[in-house]
Design a protein around this ligand. Sequence first.
Ligand SMILES: O=C[C@H](O)COP(=O)(O)O
Length: 228
Amino acid sequence: MSDETEEQKKLMRQIDISCVQAFHTMDEIDAMVELAKKYRLAAVFTLPAFSAHVAERLQDTREIHAGGVVSFPGGGDTTGQKKRQAKELWEAGCREIDMVMNLTAFRSHEFSYVKEELLAIREQVPSAIFKVIIEAPQLTEQEICQAVDLCVKGRADYVKTSTGWYPGCPSIVEQVRIMSREAAGRIQIKAAGGIRSLETIQEMQKAGCSRFGMGMRSVQNLIKSIYK
Ligand SMILES: O=C[C@H](O)COP(=O)(O)O
């Protein structure tokens, strides 16, 4: 990638690529790792059974992280299960942990349960980049603000819009704006789920988003559109 511009490089460093749907094959996962290495993406995510494999294949590069998902995609595991998952993924070599918030507890106003759970996971993986998924497309504006605030109190590094498991409910710029306004620089924002174009990414960047989670096919399309 010798003729890559600084702008392209910077954008690639904000992309988390993933094969986290149930249908991916090992060949796809391996192709995704190679793509991440070629374009120097930020992190590579799979479902947990394949995280150690990805971490091993990324061993020769420190700047591209293996990422692991905790309580994906529902968020309803017990705190103990989430702690064990996070620890196991860290031990497998994952340096980024994306965990789904317990949204039933959250939407039932069990805020202290949610906060304590986030703090418990933070304690398990103190050096990991810890992102918390809130499924913003399913929440009201007030709930999005409350969820962002809890992620700050739970010492997460990022609050993330969505798992991408709800195809009819993409992450949109307005959600990022709300999150960014509430975050006020206290936590970073990752958008994921249905992000399909450079234009959307640029608008989300302007709204305050610094990381983008995209499925492998969407990243391939994005690359085609910007490296001509
Ligand atoms: O962050 C991970 C998601 O799988 C991204 O979803 P997507 O397939 O809609 O890009």
